[in-house]
Every structure is written in structure tokens, then in C-alpha cells.
Design a protein around this ligand. Sequence first.
Ligand code: FAD
Length: 490
Amino acid sequence: MSETNFDVVVIGSGPGGYVAAIRAAQLGLKTACVEKNPTLGGTCLNVGCIPSKALLQASEEYAHAGKALKRHGVMIENLQLDLPTMMGHKDKVVGDLTKGIAHLFQKNDITHIAGWGALGATGEVIVSDDGGAKTVLNAKATIIATGSASANLPGIEIDEKHIVSSTGALALSEVPGHLAVIGAGYIGLEMASVWGRLGAKITVIEFLDRIVPGMDGELATQFQKMLRRQKMKFKLSTKVTGAELTNSGVALAMEPVDGGAAETLEADVVLVAVGRKPYTEGLGLEQAGIATDGGGRIEVGDHFETNVACVYAIVVTRFIYRDITWRGLWQVSVNSMYLTAQVLLIVAAAGVFSWLLTVSGIPQSMVKTIDELNLQPWMILLAINVLLLVVGCLLDPNSAILILVPLLLPIVQAAGVDLIHFGIIMTVNLSIGMFTPPFGLNIFVAQALFKVPLKSIYPGLVPFISLNIVALMAVTYIPSLSLYLTRFVG
Ligand SMILES: Cc1cc2nc3c(=O)[nH]c(=O)nc-3n(C[C@H](O)[C@H](O)[C@H](O)COP(=O)(O)OP(=O)(O)OC[C@H]3O[C@@H](n4cnc5c(N)ncnc54)[C@H](O)[C@@H]3O)c2cc1C
């Protein structure tokens, strides 16, 4: 390697690292990317997103040809699975994409350095090649982008043959008779889908009482129904306590999380898909003084900067915000102004709507009906609020709490409070931040229905609107500010 001085050295060439390297080079910085694997692209391109999606598509085609086509009268006799060809196609997709990254590196004049990268003295990255030879790179800035590795369960040894991680599951040489998947996250379920479609019996064992933790609960329930229709079996709230290799495969020991009888599950292959952990061992973090959370996650600030000058990290990180800055506070203000403007726009649209009601003559006909029904104005207000409540609830179930607000109106009316005071109550509503647009709307609709000129309803219209804006700013600013400040805790 001839050149050893760089503006930026990126360690790791996954989606985090290669994008950072390309951007740095595009900005005119002299950039190198250190990668320990023979190919670029990291987990995602080599043993993650890309090969898993290639196999998901291929296995779906197979399942479709085997089952769904029959319904359409398309009969395929002697349908066969050629697994080596399927795997070959997946490998080609991976190969094409990883070569694509190499091409992008070349095009952007990025130096690809093969080897294991670690932090050295300040401003140094030490690269060790397979033979153990070391090269010291000088970097004005270093970006750690070393990604993650499969997590494991204590007492279970992954051999990538019978007990596999997702990497092994992407490269099985034959379809297992029975695949047991530990962990119902998206990686485990993707692999379960692939091998299930290709003919394996699937049992998914999950510690929690639901699948895909982190995904919306209702979606997860529907998703599980779909997977059950694909004949996947689930053992939820179950913990795996051990795995032993047997003559025929693996014996998996498990027991209910809440206590109960232990049981053993026999499987040909077991996939351990219990999450991923930061890949930060052997990077020399401790010697370099880089703060981590103890679990290998590097602590970074707003700009992904670590606590050591000129070292950044986009590996699995933990955000730590060190200083309350004017920039941060300004950002909070801008967010709050933006939200206020949104709400005011909707209220203004409501105003235009009620003006249209007035000029179209609809309110007159409504007023006539109201006269005939001998309704009191407070009844109309109540009806409008209930209507808005129903519409609101359809749009956003959380606004069900508004049921309490219309109840106030008869009381207000009975107490002889006039519409100016009613306006003040609206302001209170705005300040508690509950579904502000309908309240804006209802002021204008009420005005249109009562055919009272705005002037007489709101002699204090300017103070009323100003107060609303201030209240809105407050209700949007306070949560934004507290959210911002909570980032400085720990
Ligand atoms: C089976 C599977 C399916 C997935 N599917 C999806 C999906 O559909 N969509 C999605 O968004 N995400 C998916 N992911 C997650 C995705 O792969 C990761 O989020 C992504 O790869 C993270 O990118 P990264 O650059 O941070 O790290 P990585 O892609 O892990 O890249 C890190 C790179 O750093 C290298 N490295 C590590 N240490 C060193 C060192 N000391 N010196 C030199 N090089 C080093 C590694 O070899 C690796 O190439 C999937 C993951 C798996 C396992």
C-alpha cells in the first residue's frame, strides 16, 4: 500500500461505511475504507438483506408454482426444486452488488484497504492483513462502521451446520426436514418462510408472547395468522434452555417462560435468530478512550461524534447528548413554529369552509330547520361538537377524550356565558392541545349558523387569535423542549 495519509478512514464497508466513504470522497476528501471481508458491502449485501431477499423471492416462486398456480388451472407435473441453482442465483445477485460497490469506490477514487482495522494512537488506524502484517494509516477523521454480528444464547454453540446463525441459514445445502427457529424477529421469520416454502416443517420458538417485537401489535397478530396459514407452528412465551447435537440432528430443550413442564423438540436444523450485537471487539476502543455503554455500543452525540476528537461511529450506537446548544434550542423552536403553522392553516381552512357555507346559503336553510325544531343555540353547538367528535374519532381514536368537552358546553350556556367567553374556553381547549382543528372549525361554523357577524361575536378577535397562537406555541414548544432536554439524561 503506497498511500497511508487520508482525510477520512472508514472502518467497515457495509451500508453505513460505504455510503459514508462515497459521500466523503464526493465532498473532496481523500478517503480510504478498511474491510476485513474479501468483498465489500457488509452484512447487508453479503449475508443479510440481499441474499435473504433473493431466497425469499426464489422460494416464493417455487411455492407459487407448486400450489397457487393449480387454482388457475396451470398444472406443472413433476415440479422439482434445484437447490444448488437457487443458491447459485442468490450468490450471483450478491456478487453483482458487491462488485457494484467496488466499482463505486473506484469511480469515486476511494482506496479500498483489505484487512482488520483498529484504532491506534491519536489520528491513526492500524490495519492488520491475513498474514499479520500491520500498516499504520494517518487519518484526520476516522469513522467506525463495523456493524453487528449475530447474538447467541448461552450454552448453545453455533456450528453453522446443524445449529446455524442467519449466515448458515442462507447457505444450507439441503432442505431440512424440520427447522426450529429460535426468535420470532424479522430475520428468523424470513428464514423460516424461505425453508418452509421449500418444504421444511417449521417451529418458531419465541420468549415473548408475540412475534416481531417492535412491530405494531395488530400488524404482528395479522402477520402471525398469515404465517400459520403457511403451516408455521409457534411456541410463544417459551424459553430455550439448551441444544444438544444428536445422531439425527438437534435436541432443543425448552420450557414455558412462566414456569411449567420442560420439553424437548427434535429438529434437523436449529436457527438461532435472537438478535444482533455490536461488532466492536478488537477495535482498540478502550485504548483509544472511546466511551461505550459496556455492551459494546459506542456513545455518540448529535453528529455521531464519539467522546474522542475526530472519531465518529455509525456502528450500533447509543446517543448521548453532551451539551444543550443554541442550535438545539433553535431547532426545537422551529419544530414548534412548524406545528403551530400547520394547526393555524387547518383552522384558516375551516374559516374558509364556513365562509363558503355562508355564501352558499346552506346555513340559512339549516337555521330555518332549527327554528322549526325550536332548538336552542347550545343544542346546535353540542350537535356540532358531537359531529366533530365522531369525525375526529374516525380519524384518530385518541381523540375519544373529546367526549368530555361537548359536555361542558351546556353548562357554559346554562351559566349564561356568552360567546366571547365561549371563545375563551376554546382557547383553553387549544392550550390543552386536544384536537385543535375541530375547535377552530366549530367557532366558525357556529358563527355561520347563528348568522352573527364576527365583529359582534368577537370584539376581541385580535386578542383571541393572538392568545390562540401563543397557546399553540406553548403546547407545541413545551413537549418539544422536554423531549430535547430528556436526551441529556444519562
Ligand atoms: C439475514 C438478515 C437480513 C436482513 N434484512 C434486512 C432488510 O431486509 N432490510 C434492512 O434494512 N436491513 C436488513 N438487515 C440488517 C442490515 O444487514 C444491517 O442493518 C446493515 O447491514 C447494517 O449496516 P452497517 O454498515 O452498519 O454494518 P454491516 O453491514 O454489518 O457492515 C459492517 C462491515 O464492517 C466490517 N468490519 C467489522 N469489523 C471490522 C474491522 N475491525 N476491520 C475491518 N472491517 C470490519 C464487516 O466485515 C462488515 O463488512 C438484515 C440483516 C440480516 C442478518
